[in-house]
Design a binder for this molecule. Sequence first.
Ligand SMILES: Nc1ncnc2c1ncn2[C@@H]1O[C@H](COP(=O)(O)OP(=O)(O)O)[C@@H](O)[C@H]1O
Ligand SMILES: [Mg+2]
Length: 269
Amino acid sequence: METINDHSSSVAPRLIAIANQKGGVGKTTTTINLATALAAVRKRVLVIDFDPQGNASTGFGVEQSARTVNAYHVMIGEATLDQVIATTDIPGLSLVSSGVDLSGAEIELVEVENRLYRLKTALKGHVDNFDYVLIDCPPALGLLTVNALNAADAVLVPLQCEFFALEGVSHLVRTIERIKQNYNPDLEIQGIVLTMFDKRNNLSDAVASDVREYFGDIVYDTVIPRNIRVSEAPSHGKPVLLYDTGCAGAQAYIHLASEVLKREKSLAA
Ligand SMILES: Nc1ncnc2c1ncn2[C@@H]1O[C@H](COP(=O)(O)OP(=O)(O)O)[C@@H](O)[C@H]1O
Ligand SMILES: [Mg+2]
């Protein structure tokens, strides 16, 4: 006999790290809005804010007072994941917030056993009620990002359309290869998304075509335009999808989500 929701609850969640060692390229914006777009199509989504700056927590409107136990406490073993998962105003979307303490974890964990797999261990068995777990990485390739990449099934790389973009991402791709060789052989690249594309700027176009030429199909067709509404939304504690659903930035993130889901199907196949 079949029951209605057996299928989704028995499938392991997919863990996607949103990573790029450069700051300000759109990691957090992509995490927030991809998560919201996935929740909008009834996926059960957990966002892990893994950057000590806590921008993803702010972007979802989570008050500082609600962040007293956060990803840091999970990393040092003072809390279980269940103790720090909070629901958000968005149906189907939960969040593990971050705090400034997380910046200390890097040093505190130096002597700790299994320090490269702390996140993976913490997630195991505690995220089975989700379809997708998105990890918003800090702008560095340190211990936190390595933990995220070791826990993840796939990595999604936002790439800002600017000079030197290609150099930075080549470095990241080499790091991903090293992680695969040494720690997490199953890690896949979900894709590279071009962000903050400015159609009035010739450089944006030149960078976009260079990146496509170099990386080929792993670059999503969807391009996220530079859009003022996208940058305003976090100060209202809302994803741009809720702040201004019709704007170009929000629509682009909806397209990105459908591309991500399409690739998930072929990656899982
Ligand atoms: N498509 C966009 N259009 C306009 N501003 C954007 C866009 N994407 C991101 N931003 C802004 O750029 C800044 C950096 O983005 P963010 O997502 O925080 O990058 P990261 O997490 O990689 O540091 C933020 O102020 C954000 O609001
Ligand atoms: Mg960020």
